[in-house]
Design a protein around this ligand. Structure first.
Ligand code: ZN
Ligand code: MN
Length: 448
């Protein structure tokens, strides 16, 4: 990107896994259900239906805001965002405009700060299903609580974007407020991308002189890999246009997963096109400080990883892997504490119990699908030195040599790797009840 600096921001939509809808009592999370079987006058936008906000959804949005180090607004309201599309039955979406629930946060990753502009709450739309010539609408998803997270345009490359999104995904899952399952569309991502022209002077001062006059948004991407591909494609496309002395069109583009390219969809709306105004059917909300304080955030994956490294002396990479899913990290910590409390006399050959268990889990030496007590039993088996029955070993070795005279001779003539074959045969005779170290030393003695 010589002469240019990428300017990338993100919008992320996350469906909350509340029991019921954002403004109605319909059951949400009905992915794959018979179309239009979980609908009511409110989420179908029938005349006269009145929305009632879901308290849990508000609480969880505050939780997300706090986890992203945002300021929570004590005064917030819902607004109507108007646009016409077949998946939007009312002709407007209830969203939040100028008083979102949370603002001004940040996420720090590998020493880089990525600012969060805002976190607000809205309702999801229905889903269009294209069948041949027809387009059908399924409103089951309509009215599902939807959190929108908007970052500042703080990214200048697609790798940082991918890392950020992976971290955000992990945080949301840790908060237990959404499945954030991208295959089901419960986490959807929209990067907006432009290029700043850097002139000679600005490059020296590392300051941007010319602000981009345009912004391209790529809609509704459902995998981290595709977000990265879409950004890389856009950066190249925009660079070519700028190098011709032209300005890319401000627009919304789609992403073609098969070709890994973006394509023009429509010119980008400005906020005033939506004719936002306060939702008259829902009074504004005022929160007390006590209420905000009562909504707590658990230890987040990044913090937990840091604790694993600092207090347990785990390798950073291993601590990272273990903390990606909360249930894995919980499992790991339970195993450690149980082992420490009830098996303090465990003959541990390693100096670091935590790293040993981490290795077992990461190398899948013992499955974490097992009940914790089973896992502990296997750990102890693996760590207890095997008693080798010397008599049984002696006869096993004699048998193996007798039955494999040729190989034994090859070894005696200097073909050293013939030994491992014989060791394998002895271990087989011993049905694994022998320590490999002992087998090797006895076997070489006898062969000599
Ligand atoms: Zn409903
Ligand atoms: Mn939105």
């Amino acid at each position: 990107m010589d002469g240019f600096k990428p300017v990338i921001g993100l919008e992320i939509h996350v469906e909350l896994k509340t029991e019921t809808g954002m403004f109605c009592q319909c059951k949400v999370g009905q992915f794959g259900a018979e179309p239009n079987t979980h609908v009511c006058p409110v989420c179908l936008g029938l005349p006269g239906a009145l929305p009632v906000p879901n308290k849990k959804a508000i609480e969880w949005t505050i939780k997300i805001g706090k986890a992203l180090n945002c300021r929570i607004n004590l005064h917030t309201k819902f607004d109507r965002k108007h646009y016409s599309y077949p998946d939007l039955p009312k002709g407007y979406q209830i969203s939040q405009y100028d008083e979102p629930i949370a603002v001004g946060g940040q996420v720090i990753l590998n020493g880089k700060t990525f600012r969060i502009h805002r976190v607000h709450l809205e309702e999801d739309t229905g889903k269009l299903i294209h069948l041949g010539e027809d387009t059908l609408v399924d409103f089951n998803r309509s009215g599902t609580p939807l959190v929108e997270i908007v970052t500042e345009p703080d990214f200048d490359n697609s790798d940082d974007v991918k890392k950020f999104l992976e971290e955000l995904h992990t945080i949301i899952r840790c908060l237990d407020v959404s499945d954030a399952d991208m295959d089901k569309g419960s986490m959807r991502m929209e990067p907006n991308i432009s290029l700043r022209i850097m002139n000679h002077e600005s490059r020296i001062k590392n300051k941007e002189i010319k602000l981009p006059k345009y912004k391209v948004e790529v809609k509704n991407i459902n995998s981290f890999k595709f977000v990265k591909q879409a950004i890389d494609y856009e950066l190249e496309r925009q660079k070519e246009i700028l190098e011709r002395g032209e300005t890319p069109v401000q627009e919304t583009r789609g992403f073609d997963e098969k070709k890994a390219i973006t394509y023009s969809q429509r010119s980008k709306e400005e906020a005033h096109d939506y004719r936002y105004f306060p939702e008259p059917d829902i009074p504004p909300l005022t929160f007390s400080n006590e209420y905000i304080d009562s909504i707590t955030v658990p230890e987040l994956p990044g913090q937990r990883m840091k604790r694993f490294v600092e207090t347990m002396h785990l390798k950073e990479q291993d601590a990272f892997i273990l903390t990606r899913e909360k249930q894995n990290a919980d499992y790991f910590e339970t195993v450690i504490s149980k082992l420490k409390s009830s098996h303090s006399n465990l003959n541990l050959k390693t100096q670091n119990l935590e790293q040993l268990i981490a290795n077992f889990i990461i190398n899948k030496k013992i499955s974490i699908d097992l009940p914790i007590d089973e896992f502990i039993k296997k750990t102890i088996e693996l760590q207890t030195p095997k008693e080798t029955d010397e008599n049984a070993l002696r006869s096993a070795i004699d048998n193996v040599i007798k039955n494999n005279q040729k190989v034994a001779d090859q070894y005696r003539q200097g073909k050293t790797n013939a030994l491992m074959f014989l060791v394998g045969q002895v271990m087989k005779e011993m049905k694994g009840k022998a320590e490999a170290k002992v087998v090797i030393s006895r076997l070489t003695e006898i062969l000599k």
